[in-house]
Design a protein around this ligand. Structure first.
Ligand code: ATP
Length: 326
């Protein structure tokens, strides 16, 4: 691999969109051009790689995008890429377009696909973690997570106004099928009473205890954050209603608004630094690694580790929430 020269990098966004992806696209594009490397933007994730939806980018193509949520490259879920034939087509597109290496921005599915593709065709690929879920191992934060956390916090603040006025109990459902980072940390940030997260069994009995012993004694409203993977806010609310008919229980499912909005300063800076690091990593002949940030330092995490799916919520965060919700 020593003499392998990279003349052209392809960049794509894939999986769920996340605020800050545009800042990452901008960073990859400009860092490549800064290093005299051509950049080809691939639209709609792996779908565009298979179907050859590609446009060469100049530095002005990424002007005025850092402040926007979503992704100017669009994103897609692409089942064809999960088949060997699909990946072969993708490789043929790369050859035709003379793309020597890829930077892929997405979540664990995106990196799983990248890992396979790199193995099969010996393609240099660097991953950038772009997902609001923060569920990739080896990085303190993923691009989009901080913005989503702030969005949820602002929503819960508003829900609290109405919850307090009517003495209501609110279950607020947030994204995170397999990961409770958003639910737990937004619960702390918004001063909620509890969080129901997939990493930790929270029985309905436990919640009922919490309500019996604490909530109604000292407070006139309560908010519980529920990760969508934790059993669903609606189901929990139904159980509580059965056992506590006097409580005015309401459910609010935040849904897609959690993905939108202008990225926070934190996510813009994270994305900018990760984009530079991704191109640098390619030039240093790194392969099949995700860029991560740990304790403010850039790290390179092998794809296999990043996707192994055992990033844990910190137990002390659960204690913080419990202590502060008395
Ligand atoms: P998010 O976490 O925000 O949902 P993601 O990257 O995990 O983002 P997915 O839909 O899981 O989103 O994956 C994105 C794309 O990656 C898939 O549509 C598919 O093209 C590719 N991909 C996922 N898993 C595999 C796999 N096992 N083999 C090949 N490609 C895959």
């Amino acid at each position: 691999m020593g003499t392998y020269k990279i003349n052209c990098i392809g960049v794509l966004t894939s999986g769920g969109d996340a605020p800050g992806m545009n800042a990452a696209i901008r960073s990859v594009t400009r860092t490549a051009i800064f290093n005299n490397i051509r950049v080809k933007a691939i639209y709609r994730g792996y779908k565009g790689l298979i179907l050859d939806e590609i446009k060469e980018f100049q530095t002005q193509d990424v002007s005025n995008i850092i402040q926007h949520g979503g992704t100017i490259l669009k994103t897609a879920r692409c089942q064809e890429f999960e088949t060997p034939e699909g990946r072969k087509q993708a490789y043929e597109t790369m050859q035709r377009e003379e793309i020597d290496a890829l930077v892929v921005i997405g979540g664990d599915g995106t990196l799983t696909g990248a890992r396979l593709f790199a193995q099969e065709f010996n393609v240099p690929i660097i991953g950038i973690p772009g997902t609001i879920d923060n569920d990739l191992w080896g990085t303190d934060s993923t691009i989009g997570y901080d913005t989503a956390l702030n969005t949820i916090m602002q929503c819960v603040d508003k829900i609290r106004d109405t919850a307090t006025s009517h003495e209501r109990l609110f279950f607020v459902e947030v994204m995170g099928r397999d990961a409770g980072f958003l639910a737990l940390n937004s619960a702390i940030a918004a001063g909620a009473e509890a969080a129901v997260i997939p990493e930790r069994q929270t029985s309905v009995e436990e919640l009922e205890d919490l309500m019996r012993n604490g909530i109604r004694k000292s407070k006139n409203s309560s908010i519980v954050l529920v990760a969508e993977g934790g059993g669903g806010a609606q189901g929990l609310a139904d159980r509580i209603r059965q056992n506590f008919p006097n409580y005015d229980v309401r459910v609010s499912i935040l849904g897609h608004l959690q993905r939108g909005g202008s990225p926070s300063a934190f996510d813009r800076i994270l994305a900018s630094c990760m984009g530079v690091a991704a191109v640098d990593a390619l030039l240093d002949e790194q392969r099949s690694v995700m860029i991560g940030v740990v304790n403010n330092e850039i790290v390179h995490v092998p794809f296999a580790k990043a996707i192994k799916d055992d990033k844990q919520v910190r137990p002390e965060k659960i204690s913080v929430l419990q202590i502060l919700s008395i």
